[in-house]
Design a protein around this ligand. Sequence first.
Ligand SMILES: *Cc1c(COP(=O)(O)O)cnc(C)c1O
Length: 448
Amino acid sequence: MDRVVDAPELSGVRGALGKKAVTALARSVIAEARSAALAGDSPATFAEVVTRVRQRAEARLRAGLTPVINATGVILHTNLGRAPLPKASIERIAATAGGYSTLELDLSTGVRTRRGVHAELGLAELVGAGDVVLVNNNAAAVMLALSTLAAGREVIVSRGELVEIGGGFRIPDVLARSGARLVEVGTTNRTRVDDYARAIGERTACLLRVHPSNFKISGFAERPALAELASLAQARRIPLVKDLGGGLVVDLPASVADSELAREPSVQACLRAGADLVCFSLDKLFGGPQAGAVAGRAELVKALRDDPMARALRLDKLALAAVEAVLDAYRRGALSEIPVHALLAASLDALARRVDEWRTALGELGGATETVRSEGAIGGGTLAEAPVASVALRIAGRPPEILAERLRSGSPAVIGRVVDGALLLDARSVFPEEDRLIVAALRRALAE
Ligand SMILES: *Cc1c(COP(=O)(O)O)cnc(C)c1O
């Protein structure tokens, strides 16, 4: 054991990982070699054991967060970190992260202020809400809204909206955890205003409407417009909470105007329709860091903010810095500075030109490639099914899984998708600054 850990071949990984971690890896490699030998395999040599320890240590070192090039065509890819941040957000994070900041201090008075007040007011102004409270993500936003408004009481939800958004966010479970009791109304495919009206009683705390982000009920289906539900809620004096998710705060560009995405409601539209509180993510179509917001009527938002749970769910200062910079960009109307909007706005012609340029740069290696129309997506649980027209580089004639694996193991890794036996690298989610890198990665992968 000591000889393995102290082997000269492991000096690099010992330095990077620490002797303790290398010892733990050596212990498990030796144990595995021993049981393999007992099971009848030929015993591993000392050199083989050392090599296995080194390989595992190297894999561990690679395993942290690493930048990748997203050529999946899915703009808000949850596995790849959703929205990339604007440069201004990155700069603002850098400027405040290493030192002290005015997180809870007003410089003009020298008096303590509420954390996040600047970003919360800015966001409220942008979406036309009475007030906004910022938390860790949209799951936290929904949890806070329900537990503040409805703990120990009833929340009415349509059976068609008892959904799972992904990553463990299931509406019935979130409701149960918030301490509220779920009252289901309607059926999976059809729910009417009357269904809600009949279910309202003394113990009703609020109506909850969930945006069907990642699935569709088609055919014999019906549900009331948000405004109809809002009228009912208003008449019966109970709040209507909308879990919107997407966080769209502007009109979408012409490139997606006739796609399904054009029907994605904005935060403003939900508030105008009469929702009392709207919960949404800031790392989806808003284009910011991981954060969640509850926007709506001032007295309700204040109740949420004053709930002890808000303290446990509060947003950290680096994300706040990033949100402030995104808000600045919206205020200036500089959508092109927000990467999600820049990616969405790219025209098909521009994408096709870039893919052609990748192929030209590949020279002979580009022989087996073609430029094809493809379907990207918004992703991130935000109309995940709604396609966004796109253009991709298609590589056929080679086993696509092997090629995909080679591109994944490069630096930077390039993530594509396999469709109909070919590898597609979709330009919709690739930044023009990454074109050079993608060509270099392809050159290495195709030359092997
Ligand atoms: C994405 C989404 C969530 C979860 O949001 P997070 O920011 O990932 O916590 C919840 N509800 C809806 C409708 C969503 O689209």
